[in-house]
Design a protein. Structure first.
Length: 155
C-alpha cells in the first residue's frame, strides 16, 4: 500500500494551494490579487439580473457588451468614464440604450450592501469556485432585497 502512494514534495503541495487564475489590479493606489464581480441590475427594483466574474486584471469595459439586456426596466447604462469610448457609445446607440447615465447611484449601493453582508476576501481558489461563491453572494443580496421590497409593498 505504501509503495502505491505518491509522495508530494513541498513545492507540489504549495502549488496546489496557490490561485493561479487570479490577477493583480490597483484600486485607490492599493494592489489587490483578486477577481471582479461585474453586475447588471434592474433599474426599478435594484435586483441583480446578471453577473460575470473575471480576474481583477480584466478592465470593466472588456465585459461591457456582455451585460446590457433589452428586458431591463430602463434604457440607462450606469457606468463610469472607464466605459466611455466612441466604440462603446456606438454599441449603446445600436442597442437602443442611452449612451451613459450621469448617475451611478443604482450600482454602487449594491456593492456597498454586499460589502456589509460578506467578508472582503472570497475564500476560494480558482475562478470556477470563486464564480460560484460570488454567484451565491449575488443571490443572497437579491434575497435580502426581495424581502425589503415585500415589506415596503406590504406597508
Amino acid at each position: 500500500m505504501h509503495g502505491l502512494r505518491q509522495e508530494l514534495s513541498w513545492c507540489d503541495n504549495k502549488g496546489c494551494q496557490k490561485d493561479t487564475e487570479a490577477r493583480w489590479t490597483k484600486k485607490h493606489s492599493r494592489s489587490h490579487f483578486a477577481y471582479k464581480n461585474h453586475i447588471q441590475i434592474d433599474h426599478d427594483n435594484k435586483l441583480i439580473r446578471d453577473y460575470q466574474v473575471t480576474d481583477a486584471s480584466v478592465h470593466d469595459a472588456q465585459v461591457f457588451a456582455d451585460l446590457p439586456d433589452d428586458s431591463n426596466t430602463s434604457k440607462d447604462v450606469w457606468a463610469d468614464s472607464a466605459y466611455r469610448s466612441e466604440e462603446k457609445v456606438a454599441f449603446l446607440k445600436a442597442q437602443g440604450k442611452r449612451t451613459r447615465s450621469k448617475v451611478r447611484s443604482r450600482v454602487e449601493p449594491v456593492f456597498g450592501a454586499q460589502r456589509n453582508l460578506h467578508r472582503k476576501a472570497v475564500p476560494c481558489i480558482c475562478i470556477t469556485r470563486t464564480s460560484m461563491h460570488i454567484g451565491l453572494m449575488n443571490l443572497r443580496y437579491n434575497m435580502r432585497r426581495l424581502c425589503f421590497l415585500a415589506r415596503v409593498s406590504a406597508s
